[in-house]
Ligand binder design. Structure first.
Ligand code: ATP
Ligand code: LTN
Length: 338
């Protein structure tokens, strides 16, 4: 085909979601959120507030409702342009739950039993090991597959879920032909797993106690205090060694991810210096990275009508796209024509 007659190449699609299960952490930001804005120029992007996933653990309804709008504001404050990308709530597009049901019938109990997030959340919520927690990855697969997604930017903790999503897509396509695009993950090289400040062998998580994470909305004093109290070790040398020095390595990763330079360069820079200096420099980096986002967040959250307008308009467009895939799937599995 000549240049003139070739159809313009379709832009690839990105989909990602974050749960409105608490205030976003520095882990969410470095592992996922900040990469979203970076990808928006080259892809058609869909960013979802996955409220249906959030209720797999008990949520206070008023808090959940407030956090959904806050998360939409955080998405925009992080630099995602709501005019060019979709930012909406999962529960506003019923196709997510509908496709999840169908995909449940293409997912094995054994596969779901192996999911480490299920095991961890079951242990953390032993009084509420509900079926939604178990089938959580199937809903995530539905989120992704509904939009014929090419690329899914996530932190490394979601790799296993993404693999399962791919397996489900390949399995379904194997039976019915090429219905779903099989997505790839996009996992950052540095900062794909930011660790808890209090137990640096565990992932920083927004559902954990306050002192274990830095919230995206923490002020400078709080950031300094939390980092000052971050658990390190008694060895007093600043080296990147996640196995033996998880706390120090975590601080180096955070700094490097926020643009303070390569980890090896940081090691050289800090030679002979103490942990106090490391923590103080880490705090400088975090404060500088979060300040512009926080200012933009404060501006946006004051205009609820605008945010509601963004999520409503996006949900309508997302619903249209999602239903195209859903109708195809329903037809393939043999549901009656309407
Ligand atoms: P919860 O504690 O409620 O399970 P969470 O803090 O683990 O939530 P999610 O909403 O599940 O956050 O994740 C949103 C995105 O942030 C995902 O892409 C996930 O991989 C990424 N992410 C979460 N925690 C971290 C972390 N500590 N380091 C890097 N990326 C992370
Ligand atoms: N399961 C993810 C959140 C999530 C997601 C998605 C991420 C739900 N649906 C689709 C990427 C694509 C989590 O727990 N972090």
């Amino acid at each position: 085909m000549s240049e003139m007659t070739r159809a313009p190449e379709k832009r690839k699609t990105i989909f990602s979601g974050i749960q409105p299960s608490g205030t976003l952490t520095l882990g969410n930001y470095i592992g996922a959120l900040r990469n979203f804005a970076r990808l928006q120029d080259d892809y058609d992007c869909i960013f979802c507030v996955v409220d249906e996933h959030a209720i797999t653990v008990r949520q206070n309804p008023a808090d959940l409702r407030r956090r959904c709008l806050e998360l939409a504001a955080i998405y925009i404050a992080s630099g995602i342009d709501p005019e060019k990308n979709l930012i909406y709530c999962q529960s506003h597009v019923s196709a997510h739950a509908e496709l999840a049901w169908i995909l449940n019938c293409f997912t094995y109990m054994g596969e779901l039993s192996r999911m480490t997030q299920f095991k961890a959340k079951s242990a953390a919520h032993a009084d509420n090991i509900n079926a939604g927690l178990f089938t959580y990855p199937v809903l995530m697969a539905a989120d992704i597959l509904l939009y014929q997604t090419d690329l899914v930017p996530v932190g490394v903790d979601q790799k296993q879920h993404l693999e399962l999503c791919r397996d489900i897509a390949i399995r379904f396509n194997g039976v019915y032909g090429d219905v779903f695009t099989v997505p790839e993950g996009y996992i950052p090289k540095v900062g794909a797993k930011i660790m808890s400040l209090q137990d640096p062998t565990r992932k920083m998580s927004k559902s954990d106690p306050e002192e274990t994470f830095i919230s995206l909305l923490d002020g400078p004093d709080t950031i300094r205090r939390k980092l000052k109290r971050a658990v390190t070790d008694s060895d007093a040398s600043i080296r990147f060694d996640p196995e033996n020095k998880p706390g120090v390595s975590n601080l180096l990763s955070i700094m490097s991810a926020l643009g303070a330079g390569e980890i090896s360069a940081l090691e050289t820079e800090f030679e002979g210096l103490g942990y106090g200096e490391l923590k103080s420099r880490a705090a400088d980096c975090v404060i500088a990275a979060l300040e512009p986002l926080q200012a933009e967040f404060r501006r946006l959250i004051a205009d609820k009508a605008y945010l509601q307008g963004v999520i409503n308009a996006s949900a309508e467009k997302a619903g249209y796209l999602a239903n195209k895939t859903l109708r195809k799937v329903q037809k393939k599995v043999g549901f009656a024509a309407r």
